[in-house]
Design a protein around this ligand. Structure first.
Ligand code: ZN
Length: 236
């Protein structure tokens, strides 16, 4: 393995959604230097990507110690992924569940590509910690979110780069209520408010309706999951 890269730095896969924002705060709490990477693959709604810069600004303003640790943002265009994915996120198809049990929002193999690109970027930046908000607990069976998939991918990336990459997924075994609780543990009400106000998870790109848990249509699978988790956390 090549040596040299600092293990006090992390690169966070940051979409502007709730999960990746909690992961960003998690990393800012732990690492001296944190960079973010986002992927533009022709999502039908770019509202999530538009939330990213706002979130970085808010986190730095409300938590100055995080602002000092927050390094550059990188946005990589993966248009080919949009081209080969016949999904509701990239085309005007209805969100539904296919016979496989997977929602039509599933972009096949998306996280395999995201982490591979993140590793290539991390290699150039001298960062070996790659952080992502994947979770196998209450998602709809996305096979590229499973711990086993990401462990195997971590091995492949290490072998393929000869660099000691570590994929970290702090939300892997948490449900959505526990993710809200983690946000509260990390940054208290001030951070929970940033998550409610500035993150975006709705599959339909809806931001005109504000609920207790944030903006969204309130009816798509992502909104339902987020709302239920928020209610369960508040009730607990
Ligand atoms: Zn929604």
């Amino acid at each position: 393995m090549a040596d040299g890269p600092a293990d006090n730095a992390a690169l966070v896969l940051f979409s502007g959604g709730q999960d990746s924002t909690v992961c960003l705060a998690w990393a800012l709490q732990r690492y001296a230097s944190v960079e973010t990477v986002g992927f533009d693959y022709g999502q039908r709604h770019t509202v999530e990507l538009a939330c990213r810069e706002r979130l970085r600004t808010e986190l730095s303003a409300v938590f100055p110690e995080w602002g000092e640790r927050l390094g550059p943002d990188h946005c990589l265009k993966l248009e080919a992924l949009g081209q080969i994915s016949d999904t509701a996120l990239t085309r005007d198809a209805e969100i539904a569940f296919a016979e496989s049990g997977l929602p039509t929002t599933f972009v096949p193999g998306r996280n395999l590509l995201f982490f591979t690109y993140a590793a290539a970027l991390g290699y150039r930046r001298g960062i070996t910690r790659l952080v992502g908000g994947m979770c196998e607990t209450d998602y709809s069976g996305y096979p590229d979110c499973r711990a086993a998939t990401l462990t195997a991918l971590n091995d492949a990336i290490r072998l393929g780069t000869d660099m000691a990459f570590v994929i970290e997924t702090p939300l892997m075994h948490l449900d959505k209520a526990q993710t809200w609780a983690l946000a509260d543990d990390i940054g208290g009400p001030a951070f929970v408010d940033i998550v409610r106000e500035h993150t975006h998870s709705c599959y339909l790109g809806e931001r005109s309706r504000r609920h207790d848990w944030g903006y969204g249509c309130g009816a798509c699978p992502a909104c339902e999951l987020r709302a239920k988790g928020y209610e369960a956390w508040r009730a607990g």
